[in-house]
Design a protein around this ligand. Sequence first.
Ligand SMILES: *Cc1c(COP(=O)(O)O)cnc(C)c1O
Length: 428
Amino acid sequence: MNHFEYKNGHLTAEDVRLGDIAAEIGTPFYAYSTATLSRHYQIFADALRGMNALVCFAVKANSNIAVIRSLARLGAGADVVSGGELTRALKAGVPAAKIIFSGVGKTDEELSLALSIGIKQINVESVPELEAISRIASANGVVAPVALRINPDIDAGTHAKITTGTLENKFGIEWTLAHEVYSRASQMPGIEVKGLAVHIGSQLHDLEPFRKAYERMGDLVAMILKDGLNIETLDLGGGFGIPYGDETAPVPNVEEYAQIVRETLGNLGPGLDIEYIFEPGRMIAGNAGVLVSSVIYVKEGATRNFVIVDAAMNDLIRPTLYGAYHEIVPVDEPGEGVDVIEADVVGPICETGDIFAKAKSMPRPRPGDLLAVRTAGAYGAVQSSTYNTRPLVAEVLVNGDKFHVIRPRLGVEEIISRESIAPWQLTD
Ligand SMILES: *Cc1c(COP(=O)(O)O)cnc(C)c1O
C-alpha cells in the first residue's frame, strides 16, 4: 500500500496534489510520501516482533537526508556503503551506534572516518580489508567492531546486475573460508569480531534463496561456537522484493520472511543473545516515491507513437540499466471517451536506451500533461545525473498536506560554474 491516490480525479501524494507541486517547482521532480516510508518501516519492524532486531535502512536506495531522517525518527539505523553515505546518515540524525558500514572497497580514509565516529559495525568483505582495519584501528588506539560478510554462493534468482551472493560476484568472503577467517580475525589486533553478515541480492521475489543463505549462516554459527568463539550479531542484509506492477506471481510478504528468519536462525543455542540486523532499502523506499514529468511532444508515426516527456534516463535509470518495468499513470485522470493510443514513453536524451515504457497503452496525452512514474522511490534519485547537461532532478517530501523541496533542482548555470577553462586556453 502507498499514499499516492486519485482524489477528485487528480493524483495526490497524501493530501498534496502532484499538480500543485509541479505548478510551484516545475518538472521533473521526485515526490516522496512520509506516511508510506513510515508504514513500510513499521510493517518490517512489526514482522520482527519478539526478536532483538535492528532495522538499518539501506541508504543507497534513497539517500536524501530528509528521507533518512523520516526513518531515523522511527528508530531506524542506517546501512551505508561509502564515507559519503556515512556522513549523510549522521547529518540526518542516525546515531553512530546504529550505523553499519558495508561495501567491497572501503578506503583507508573511509575506514578511519567510520572508526572515529564510533560506528556500530563494519561488515568486512575480504581478508585484505580485515588487515587494513586492524592496521588503522591499532594505529588509532581503537578497537574496530566488525562482522564478516559471507558469500553463501546462493543464486538469488534476481536480475544479474543486482545478484550479489554467488561466487561469481565480488561480494563477501567465500562461506567455505569464513569459519577460518573468523577465528583468524578474533586474534587480530584492533579487531573485535561481532558476527556474520550476508546479503545475496536485491528485488528477491522468491524467499527460498533467503532460506538457503540463512541456513548456511546457521551452519557457520555452529562451527564458530564450537571453536569457543562468540557471536553477537547476525546481519541478514536486505533484498526484499516489491511489486512494480508487472509481476506474474504475488510478491511475498514480510511476515513470511520473518518466519524464515525465525526458523533458520531464531534458535541457535542456549544462552546465546544475538542481535539481528536487517538492511532493507527498496522495500521501504520503493513505493514511497513517484517521478513526475510533463509531456513535451506526442509524436505519432506510421508504425510507432512516441510520448516524449521531460524526464529522462539521467533522472531515472532503472529501465535503461536493468530493463526495469515502472507503471506510468496520468496525474489527471482522463475523462470519459478519451482516445487510447499505444506509445513508447521516452525522454529527450540522445540514447536509444532512454525509454521509460515500450508499447504502452495509454489515454492520448497532450503536451503539458503530467505523467507519474510509480514506484520510483528506491534507486531513482540516487542514481540521477546531469547527463546531456540536464538540470539535476528535484526532490520533494510530502507529509499530510505539507510539502518541502528536500533537494532543489540543480540548474545549468550551477552545473557549468564548477568547470573552468585551463589557463593556457585563455590566450590566443
Ligand atoms: C543494496 C544493499 C542493501 C539493500 O538492498 P535492497 O534490495 O534495497 O533491500 C542491503 N545491504 C547491502 C549490503 C546492500 O548492498
